[in-house]
Design a protein around this ligand. Structure first.
Ligand SMILES: Cc1ncc(COP(=O)(O)O)c(C=O)c1O
Length: 365
């Protein structure tokens, strides 16, 4: 049995998402690339690569990881490439997507031998968080001026457009895509491929997956393009828990339980977006505030209801802990970093990575 804290990736749950992705690929003709920014735990890439077409990336290191550990089709994207990394990015990618016309122009020679694309920004998104809104005022994420893009069409064969964010509403996706068509119609029919980015929660329960497939296929046929999807969260949603142990309990007007993990160090996005963690079933007559062990006053996972009073040594599973967690974990306070454990399809658990004091030391100098 692994020591807590640890991220527990359950392959049978991951499989449910993978099968939905495979279904969408088959019925829509779209290709699906895992967005490594969300999930880059490469020990399960062999498993995932049977159901997906490859990876997409946000940096040199991610593109190298995708090529080395996932294989298949490898897309490179970055908000800005530097002179000293562009060669290696190209060596490790099948397609390179530039964020701006100026980067496309600057690296025209270096990238002349690889398939090139440009990021478009439709200036509208589904995000309710300014921080995560690619269409926020003065956004640096992609080009929006059709006349300017027209001038470089001879250099590119595709576009990447990412403007959905945690979007589980098919009608809203449909509206966004229509809006993209209205804005960029003249450009879309002149390229060979269009990536619609991530942020579409099509693997969620009750998502009208057949309507989604039909919409993608219609888009692809109308413009004669290969559609790509870049699912991050949709690939791994609900596959993983963060397993923690209660170290102390206090009463301070509310019942508090302190666990051997930290929201700031191990589930940072919840803190950034001010969202509570999920604990199931979250019913019962014993309310507790579940707190992390870092010294940050607001290191709180949330308030939950439990069936029984919590005692030191109890185990708690924090749900939905795969996306933007392991890729963002950090050594704040020197809190022990969660191990990574895989639950195989036969139910057996395998520790694939433990982090030690030496890892902490070597992350600094
Ligand atoms: C360009 C691009 N593609 C894909 C993704 C993955 O998004 P998600 O994890 O919401 O599916 C992101 C997330 O920010 C992104 O910026």
């Amino acid at each position: 049995m692994a020591h807590t804290p640890y991220y527990l990736i359950d392959k049978s749950k991951l499989l449910r998402n993978m099968e939905k992705i495979a279904y969408v690929r088959e019925h829509s003709g779209a290709k699906a690339l895992l967005a490594l920014k969300c999930f880059a735990t490469w020990s399960v890439f062999d498993f995932m690569s049977d159901y997906m077409d490859g990876t997409t990336s946000s940096s040199l290191y991610e593109v190298k990881l995708g090529r080395a550990k996932f294989g298949k089709e490898t897309h490179a994207y970055s908000v800005a490439y530097s002179d000293d990394e562009i060669k290696e990015v190209i060596e490790n990618a099948d397609k390179i997507i530039f964020n701006s016309i100026s980067q496309l122009t600057r690296f025209a020679d270096a990238a002349s031998g690889i398939v090139r694309g440009l990021r478009l920004n439709p200036q509208v998104s589904t995000s309710s968080f300014d921080l995560a809104d690619p269409a926020r005022p003065f956004s640096r994420l992609g080009e929006w001026d059709v006349a300017k893009v027209e001038a470089v069409m001879d250099r590119i064969s595709g576009f990447m457009i990412h403007n959905n964010c945690e979007n589980s509403d098919f009608d809203l996706f449909d509206k966004m895509l229509t809006d993209i068509e209205d804005k960029f119609r003249s450009l879309l029919s002149r390229v060979e491929w269009v990536s619609l980015g991530g942020g579409i929660h099509f693997t969620g329960e009750n998502y009208p997956i057949d309507k989604f497939c039909a919409r993608l296929r219609a888009f692809s046929e109308k413009y004669g393009v290969q559609v790509y999807l870049e699912p991050g969260e949709a690939s791994i949603t609900k596959s993983t828990t963060l397993e923690v142990t209660v170290l102390d309990t206090l009463f301070n007007g509310k019942n508090l339980a302190i666990v051997d993990s930290s929201i700031e160090a191990h589930m940072l996005d919840l803190l950034i977006y001010r969202e509570p963690a999920k604990i199931e079933p979250n019913t019962g007559n014993h309310p507790y505030m579940i707190c992390g062990k870092s010294c940050l006053a607001g290191d709180v996972f949330g308030e939950f209801s439990f069936e029984n009073a919590i005692k030191v040594g109890d185990r708690i599973s924090i749900q939905d802990a795969a996306g933007y967690t392991m890729v963002k974990k950090n050594w704040f306070n020197g809190v022990g970093m969660p191990s990574i454990v895989i639950k195989e399809l036969d139910g057996s658990e395998r520790v694939i990575r433990e982090f030690t004091f030496d890892d902490y030391v070597s992350s600094l100098s």
